[in-house]
Design a protein around this ligand. Structure first.
Ligand SMILES: Nc1ncnc2c1ncn2[C@@H]1O[C@H](COP(=O)(O)OP(=O)(O)OP(=O)(O)O)[C@@H](O)[C@H]1O
Length: 255
């Protein structure tokens, strides 16, 4: 299933947040969205997820979700959103229980996603026993359990330290390489964008408009830390964003 945004514009009362966004999120691709603070990245994600509707334009789901998909659009948040009293396996089973999947059928799915996220040995652990990186792996496993058509990732690594972030990026790349998934990935971090994005949508400051869409051809598995081509792309993204980010920053201070 692809997602298509057609001429999406939005205001909260008279406060214009985004203007005329048209965008394709193709099946099996990771599309990163970057832009200065307050330019509407999270709002765009909410429109794609159907949590809110834009004032103008349309968000279309094109094609059908996978046959065994329980939840076509699934979020992964920065703060993991795990239930502290449930084990790792219990947090994953929760989303299956919502769909009436229990017993052996649930166990099969849970075992599979735990293995894919290298969490098998932690099935019985409670969230408080886990590091931040492990918690986010649980959140990713939980998202994979519903076999989503599109994962909506809102700054999923930004609460983590830089080393853990690198490890999680490696995990996401190997997950995608084994079984490609579709994701819209909002981030402030341009290094994450060039490491994980098949394309990177650069938004202007508010009202967010598309400044440029950068397409990266290097396969995800070949993108190494410190790769000169990725560094060059990251510099290009920063050039696009620097003045906008500075202006947006000044605007926020004025409020
Ligand atoms: N429900 C709402 N009512 C009024 N204003 C809102 C609402 N939601 C978001 N906004 C405003 O819309 C603008 C865009 O917000 P949004 O959170 O989408 O930006 P963002 O690019 O994700 O920001 P950041 O990078 O800081 O997380 C902001 O100025 C925000 O204050």
């Amino acid at each position: 299933m692809d997602i298509r945004l057609e001429n999406v514009s939005h205001s909260y009362d008279n406060f214009e947040v985004m203007r005329d966004i048209s965008l394709e999120i193709p099946h099996g691709r990771i599309v990163c969205i970057v832009g200065p603070s307050g330019c509407g990245k999270s709002t765009l994600l909410r429109f794609i997820g159907g949590l809110e509707r834009p004032k103008q334009g349309r968000v279309l789901q094109v094609g059908t979700p996978p046959a065994d998909c329980l939840n076509p659009l699934t979020y992964i948040f920065q703060d993991f959103a795990l239930l502290p009293w449930r084990s790792v396996a219990g947090n994953i089973s929760l989303v299956l229980e919502d769909h009436g999947i229990k017993g052996a059928a649930a166990k099969e799915i849970i075992d599979d996603v735990l293995a894919r996220t290298k969490l098998t040995d932690f099935a019985k652990a409670l969230p408080k026993q886990l590091s931040g990186g492990m918690k986010q792996r649980v959140a990713i496993a939980r998202a994979l359990a519903v076999n989503p058509a599109v994962m909506l990732m809102d700054e999923p690594l930004s609460a983590l330290d830089s080393q853990t972030r690198e490890l999680l990026m490696d995990d996401l790349v190997s997950l995608w390489t084994r079984t490609p998934f579709t994701a819209v990935y909002v981030t402030h971090n341009l290094a994450e964008a060039v490491r994980l994005g098949h394309s990177i949508v650069v938004l202007s400051r508010r009202p967010g408009q598309i400044r440029e869409i950068v397409h990266l051809d290097t396969p995800l598995a070949e993108r190494q830390f410190g790769d000169p081509e990725l560094d060059r792309q990251q510099r290009h993204l920063w050039q696009l964003m620097r003045d906008e980010a500075r202006a947006a920053d000044a605007e926020l201070l004025d409020v």
